[in-house]
Structures are given as C-alpha cells and as structure tokens.
Design a protein around this ligand. Structure first.
Ligand SMILES: Cc1cc2nc3c(=O)[nH]c(=O)nc-3n(C[C@H](O)[C@H](O)[C@H](O)COP(=O)(O)O)c2cc1C
Length: 252
C-alpha cells in the first residue's frame, strides 16, 4: 500500500503539523510512506504526480481562523481539478491541529475537507482534531532537551565522582520527564495510533478529537507566557511597535 503524507503548514521548517505527521508516519511502519510539503510555493507538480499511484493521502494541517488556511484553499482547488481529470481513487485522512486547547475547535475544519472529498469524488477516510497542538509540539522538545541535559549530567557525575545515589536520582528525573510528556500526549498518541490502524485497514472512521492532557486554566497561563515570549523573540521589538509610521511614504 502506498501512502502519501502532505504537510500543510506554511512554515519553512518544523511546526506542529510536521511533528504530528512524523509520529503518524512512525506508527504506519512497515507501510511505505512518502512525505511532501506544500509550503507557499504554489508549485504542486511534485505532489500531484504521486496522487495517481497512492491508495492513501493524509494531510496534516494547522487550523487558521477556524477553517482551512488560505494557501491550502489554493492547493485544494488545484488538487480537485487534478483528481477529476486523472480519476484519482485514494482515500483522504486529515489531521488538523489548533492552538486552542479544545480538540473540537477543529470540527468545522475537518468537515470542510469532507465536503471537498464529495466535490472531488474522493473517499473521505476520517479526521483527527488535536487541541493544544503548539503546546504538545513544544513540550516534546523541552522534555527531550531536559532529558538529554539530565542524562549528560548523570554520565559526568558517574565519571568524575561515581556517586551512585546522585546518579540514580538523575535517572529517576529522566524517566519522570519522559512520563510527564507521555501523560500530556497520551490522548494524541492514542488517537494517532487509532488513525494509523484505520489507515492500515483502509477503514472509514468517524472524526476524533483530542487535546493536550492539561486542565484549561493551567494551559491558559502557560499559553499566555509562551505567546508573549514568542512575540518578543520572533516579532518586532516591543518599542518599535510604538514608532510613528510615515504613511505618506508608503502611499507614493
Ligand atoms: C493566521 C493564524 C490563524 C490561526 N487561527 C487559529 C484558530 O482560529 N484557532 C486556533 O485554535 N488556533 C489558531 N491558530 C494557531 C495554529 O492553529 C497553531 O499554532 C498550529 O499549531 C500551527 O501549526 P503549524 O506549526 O504546523 O503551522 C492560528 C495561527 C495562525 C498563524
């Protein structure tokens, strides 16, 4: 069975959609899985050529303004035409991830792909809506980094001091970090596993919804801190936001 995973995030590198599609790709083992990225190039030829030869297509895509991101709408319009002209017969599954914590935020988004399938004559396989996508993605890398640091410190202590008691505490912290990540991500891992199982059996499933396993009021605190830091590091420096803009210059 040939499977194509399409990453629908406009981000050049990384991103939550890529993260979730990698986990699914891992769970689909030993099936042959190809992965392609749409980006914002508007050149989809290298993706379309594979559509004729695959049985399954999975789109992993972020939720933008409660619906399909605009670059994705362009892609779907082109893909619809290609599928009709070339009589494509694959099944489509979609993973939609959102910034907000509730998985059901993705409901309308998944239904839009279902409607697209009807229009393009493609079989809708089912969808998975993941709430708190950014958090699950970031927590994974933070936990991984902490675990590696703890592991390296453990080895160094072992080499230089051989203090076994301290060492076992570090091994415990490492295991604890991994367990915390597994707990936060348990819903996502479980439903991705179910999706992988359905894909392998080529079964149509009902849309499923899951989230980061954290109470919403705690999520809000961390999400606010994270967004403020993101804005500071990736956005404009705070003082430049108060700069006076010369609009007459732009109009010329
Ligand atoms: C323009 C824009 C609109 C968004 N709209 C929503 C939204 O309506 N609801 C929501 O929960 N998250 C929204 N988000 C957050 C993204 O869905 C979230 O950050 C997602 O994990 C990004 O996935 P990516 O890293 O694969 O691009 C929006 C993000 C952007 C940039």
């Amino acid at each position: 069975m040939n499977i194509l995973i399409i990453n629908g995030s406009p981000k050049k590198k990384g991103g939550a959609s890529v993260f979730f599609s990698k986990i699914l790709g891992f769970m689909l083992f030993p099936q042959k899985v190809m992965t392609k990225t749409i980006g914002i190039s508007r050149n989809y030829e290298n993706i379309f050529t594979d559509l004729k030869s695959v049985e399954i297509v999975i789109i992993s895509v972020p939720l933008y303004v409660d619906g399909i991101p605009s670059h994705m709408i362009h892609f779907l319009q082109q893909m619809e035409q290609y599928c009709i002209n070339n009589k494509c017969v694959f099944m489509l599954y979609v993973i939609s991830n959102s910034g907000f914590i509730e998985g059901h935020q993705n409901q309308a988004h998944l239904e839009q792909y279902e409607c697209w399938c009807e229009r393009a004559g493609i079989t809708w396989g089912g969808g998975l809506g993941i709430g708190g996508g950014v958090m699950l993605h970031v927590i994974f890398y933070v936990t991984l980094l902490l675990s590696i640091i703890q592991f390296v410190i453990g080895i160094l202590i072992n080499i230089f001091f051989a203090k076994l008691a301290v060492n076992s505490i570090l091994v415990f912290s490492f295991t604890r970090s991994m367990m915390v990540w597994l707990f936060f991500s348990s819903g996502m891992l479980f439903y991705e596993f179910m999706l992988a199982w359905a894909i392998k059996k080529q079964k149509v499933i009902k849309n499923k919804y899951t989230r980061a396993m954290i109470p919403s009021f705690i999520f809000l605190i961390f999400a606010d801190i994270f967004m403020a830091l993101e804005a500071l590091f990736h956005g404009k420096i705070i003082f430049s936001l108060y700069k006076k803009i010369d609009y007459t210059k732009n109009a010329e």
